[in-house]
Design a protein around this ligand. Structure first.
Ligand code: T5A
Length: 217
């Protein structure tokens, strides 16, 4: 049916919002699958473990390829078959994370190069809507600190997260029709309301085109 992705810094609140939107779609009678990146398949979860392991010293380009390898597997094994079956797929992160974290954060590659590369990795699949929970790195860090110890990515430092946030803002400005930027400092409920209002419009557009899989009552 359609693919929706959530993006933002670690601790921005994207997983919270992804779960709320999934629940709302289900209330509308839709079949919904939630996936995460990196992860979502057995192979991709193995790659995730490697990528987030603080004891690993991973070369930045190898890091880019590993995130992309996990994504290629997820798209072919799960995302495409689900979309073809009429399911709404909600992905906690997708290729915009690679642009923001490896492109801007690691200062590894130009957005134009990455854009073409992502199209190869996903076979041209682009999210129909991307919700960017835009948040200051210090606030995201404070939210993360309520949790367990840092993973390998979270140990990348303040300047790194500043560049990632800048990368996300650049993406929102470059693709305003797809990337919906929200102020992550708002309450959970205010954010959920804004996302639901937009999702209603998305759903109305899809209903007009006649695709989609609704649960039988
Ligand atoms: N990565 C990933 C790359 O570098 N390149 C890539 O291509 C990809 C795909 C993956 C890591 O890999 C990197 C990015 C990451 O470093 P992850 O599994 O996605 O990591 O984990 P995180 O990004 O760290 O996501 P989290 O689930 O940990 O954080 P979320 O989803 O941003 O935040 P969430 O919803 O868990 O909320 C965090 C806390 O804040 C509270 C929540 O209750 C929770 O306690 N909260 C709020 N509090 C106040 N106001 C709000 N509006 C709130 N919303 C949530």
């Amino acid at each position: 049916m359609f693919l929706v992705s959530f993006e933002g810094l670690d601790g921005s609140g994207k997983s919270t919002q992804a779960g709320l939107l999934a629940a709302w779609f289900r209330q509308q009678g839709l079949v919904v699958e939630m996936l995460r990146e990196p992860g979502g398949t057995e192979t991709s979860e193995h790659i995730r473990t490697l990528l987030l392991d603080p004891s690993q010293r991973i070369d930045p380009f190898a890091e880019l390829l590993l995130f992309s390898a996990a994504r290629a597997q997820l798209v072919s094994e799960k995302v495409r078959p689900l979309l073809e079956a009429g399911t709404v797929v909600i992905c906690d992160r997708f290729f915009d994370s690679t642009t923001a974290y490896q492109g801007f954060g690691r200062e590894l590659a130009e957005p134009a190069w990455l854009n073409a590369f992502h199209r190869q990795v996903t076979g041209g699949l682009v999210p129909h809507r991307t919700y960017l929970i835009d948040i200051e790195p210090d606030l995201a860090r404070a939210r993360r600190q309520a949790r367990s110890e840092e993973d390998r990515m979270e140990a990348s430092g303040r300047a790194f997260y500043g560049r990632v946030a800048e990368g996300y803002r650049w993406l929102a400005e470059s693709e305003p029709d797809r990337v919906f930027r929200l102020d992550g400092a708002q309450s959970i409920e205010s954010l959920a309301e804004a996302i639901r209002a937009d999702a209603e419009r998305l759903l109305a557009g899809t209903a007009r085109s006649g695709s989609g899989n609704r649960r039988t009552p």
